[in-house]
Design a protein around this ligand. Sequence first.
Ligand SMILES: [Zn+2]
Ligand SMILES: [Zn+2]
Length: 266
Amino acid sequence: MTTKQNFHAHTPRCQHAEGTDESYIQSAIRGGFSTLGISDHTPWPFASGYVSHIRMTCDQLPEYIASLRGLREKYRGQIDLRIGVEAEWFPRYSDWLPRMREAGVEYFILGQHQVDTEEENPYVGSEWALDDDHVRRYADSCAEALRTSWYSYVCHPDLFMRHRRADSFDAACEAAADTICQAALEAGVPLEYNLLGLSLQNGDGTGYPNPAFWRYAAKWGNKAILGVDAHRPMALEDTALWDRGAEELKALGYERVEGLVIPELG
Ligand SMILES: [Zn+2]
Ligand SMILES: [Zn+2]
């Protein structure tokens, strides 16, 4: 009996993933997973009328949940399907998190793609994060998110390193790693070693997972979790990439957790 579990996968509702909901489940079964959590990019009720191109809309949420609930029944006994979202922490919309929970979202993983709100700030994985002050804001917003207890893990904590070379892991980056690691420890949640990022690394030291971040952060003793971050079903069948991620975490000195602490089904 396999214990392979992944809680980070998307659907086309986010406008940058491909494949049907069902094809993600079938690929997860072929990839040897006992549990698949689907965690598409959360919608947010943007007050300004801003329309995001990287997430579903609030109107799509009921259909998302209904589709996954139906598939959970269909594949019961073959794989345990959990229904989540990958969500930022946008303080001004904090009321939206309990509303999603009531709608049927079972768990939240923190993917802090923008600080404050997407309406006002660019992607953290852009050149925006070459500014040390922006790195500090990113880390502070992650820590604030973790103090809310809404989030079960931290997706790609080193997202701010996406455009920084490993040799630009400076004092601000160290401080950011400290802030995030400490907050994750206090919240009792693991850091994600992101396999989508690992598959896209181009060898010039940029991208994520960032070796300088993970080497530096090891001193905190955080637990780590692998996240496929599947934007296409076949990513769930890449067992070589999964094994490579596990080996790298081991070499870096991290204890890897497989499961996630999420509330029981109501
Ligand atoms: Zn995505
Ligand atoms: Zn993701």
